[in-house]
Design a protein around this ligand. Structure first.
Ligand code: IYR
Length: 225
C-alpha cells in the first residue's frame, strides 16, 4: 500500500510482530549467537564464494545513515598482488607505530591480545573488505554534504561484522594507522577516507583466541525505571 505524505511517497511498513512468548527466546538466541563472535588474527586461505561476500555487503548497506545518504564504499580485494601491496604498506606503518608511535601504556594494554606489527592475515585471508567513509558526495564536481558520517559508517561496519559472523566466517577490525596508503592503492576519489579494514575468511585450523571476558550487563547498562 502506498500513499503521499507532505508530497513524498510512503509505503506501508512491513513488520511481522513475533508472538509475545517468542520475544524472550529470539532475543536470547540472537545474543548467544553474537556472543560467540571473536576477533580472529589467524586465517585459512580457503576461498569463499563471491556471492557470500556480496550478501554480507548488501546487509551492511541496509544500515541507517544520516539523512539516508549512505555515505560508504566497500572495497573488496581478492587480488593476490593487491593484497600483497596492502600488507607491505600496512606493515611499514605498523612497524613504525609499534616501535615509536604507540605509548608504553598502549603496548601494555595490547599485550594480552598478542598483536604486533606483522599482518600476514592481509595476504592469507581470501578477501579484504576496506570500508571508506564519504565525507561528502561528489555529484559531477559539486560537493553535497553528508551528515553523521562516522556514526553512519560505524553502524554499517557493525552490521557488516554481524553478517560475517552469521555467514559462519570470521574477521578482525584492523585499523592500520595512518591508513592513507589505502586511498592510493585502491585509487579512491578525494571525497572518500579509509575507515576500517576487515580481513574475511575461515579461521586457521587450531586457532587460539585470548581468554578474555565481556563486561557484565550491570557494568554496561543503567536502567532508569
Ligand atoms: N592498529 C594496530 C594496533 C592496535 C590497536 C588497538 I586499540 C587494538 O585493539 C589492536 C591493535 C594493529 O592493528 O595492530
Amino acid at each position: 500500500m502506498e500513499k503521499v505524505i507532505n508530497g513524498y511517497p510512503y509505503i506501508k511498513l512491513t513488520h511481522t510482530p513475533l508472538p509475545q512468548q517468542d520475544l524472550l527466546k529470539e532475543s536470547s538466541l540472537f545474543y548467544s549467537e553474537m556472543d560467540k563472535r571473536r576477533s580472529v588474527r589467524e586465517f585459512s586461505d580457503k576461498d569463499i564464494p563471491k556471492e557470500v561476500i556480496e550478501n554480507i555487503i548488501k546487509t551492511a548497506s541496509t544500515a541507517p545513515s544520516g539523512a539516508h545518504k549512505q555515505p560508504w564504499t566497500f572495497c573488496v580485494v581478492s587480488n593476490k598482488e593487491l593484497k600483497k601491496k596492502i600488507r607491505k604498506a600496512a606493515e611499514k606503518e605498523e612497524k613504525e607505530s609499534y616501535e615509536s608511535r604507540m605509548s608504553g601504556q598502549w603496548l601494555k594494554d595490547l599485550e594480552p591480545l598478542g598483536t604486533d606489527w606483522q599482518k600476514p592475515f592481509l595476504e592469507v585471508a581470501p578477501y579484504l573488505i576496506i570500508i571508506f567513509k564519504k565525507v561528502y558526495d561528489d555529484e559531477k564536481g559539486e560537493k553535497k554534504t553528508n551528515y553523521y558520517v562516522n556514526e553512519s559508517v560505524g553502524i554499517a561496519c557493525g552490521f557488516l561484522i554481524s553478517a560475517i559472523h552469521k555467514a559462519g566466517l570470521v574477521t578482525l577490525t584492523h585499523t592500520p594507522s595512518p591508513m592513507n596508503f589505502l586511498t592510493e592503492l585502491l585509487a579512491r576519489p578525494k571525497n572518500e577516507r579509509p575507515f576500517l579494514l576487515l580481513p574475511v575468511g575461515f579461521p586457521a585450523a587450531e586457532t587460539f583466541v585470548p581468554k578474555i571476558e565481556r563486561k557484565k550487563l550491570d557494568e554496561v547498562a543503567v536502567f532508569y525505571e
